[in-house]
Design a protein around this ligand. Structure first.
Ligand SMILES: [Zn+2]
Length: 221
């Protein structure tokens, strides 16, 4: 999240694709459809989409709490969109307030995960799906978003337990999708093009975080 400018985290530009999926695919004809558009639609054929189970998590250390489906878009990643990025956020509020915000259909933003200061992790959106957390459609489609409980101007909020739990989660995400563990692929919300958000803020210790991710990445799963 960041500066509570929730609308910036939104991703409402789904009109064209929604229209195509809405039944005009055949009428539009394949010549009209861009190649990548087709690639992103094929899995919507019944029986092709990956099976889902209610309450299932992508990370064994996380507990499922569903976000409002107004705050994310159904997809079938990494088959329709490749995942090559993890985006780090700080909530600018408590863990509970972030959970509540992501359950609110009016919030127009949510991340896949929220890490609490004691290391507890909630997953609110499946990695299959596109969460509206980066305020940039391309970055939303290609990333997994992780929120961290706290305020950017309070270094004491960034606890060791939170860093460690988050680093283990990020290491697993990188392992599953073959994402390089470097600062090109593990970035802060502030580094997303076009954003006016400042999180995770100046107190986020990137050297420490990246070291923890690398350690977790090489540790036996
Ligand atoms: Zn953010």
């Amino acid at each position: 999240m960041g500066q509570r400018k929730a609308s910036k985290d939104g991703d409402r530009k789904v009109g064209r694709r929604a229209l195509l999926i809405g039944g005009t695919v055949a009428a539009a004809g394949s010549a009209v459809l861009a190649r990548d558009e087709l690639a992103r639609l094929w899995w919507r054929v019944p029986g092709v989409e990956k099976p889902r189970k209610e309450g299932e998590v992508d990370y064994a250390g996380a507990r499922w709490v569903a976000a409002s489906d107004a705050n994310w878009r159904r997809a079938d990643r990494p088959d329709d969109y490749g995942i090559d990025m993890v985006i780090v956020h700080v909530t600018q509020g408590s863990f509970d307030s972030a959970v509540k915000a992501f359950q609110d259909p009016g919030h127009k933003a949510a991340a896949h995960y929220i890490v609490r200061q004691d290391g507890h992790i909630a997953q609110m959106i499946r990695e299959l799906d596109v969460a509206y957390h980066a305020g940039n459609r391309d970055y939303n489609e290609r990333s997994v978003g992780i929120e961290h409980e706290g305020f950017v101007d309070r270094p004491q909020d960034l606890t060791d337990k939170m860093y460690e739990a988050s680093a283990r989660l990020t290491a697993r995400i990188c392992a599953r999708y073959g994402i390089p563990v470097d600062r090109e692929h593990i970035i802060g919300h502030v580094e997303v093009p076009g954003t006016d958000h400042t999180d995770p803020g100046p107190h986020w210790d990137w050297d420490k975080y990246m070291r923890l991710v690398r350690e977790a990445r090489t540790a036996p799963a």
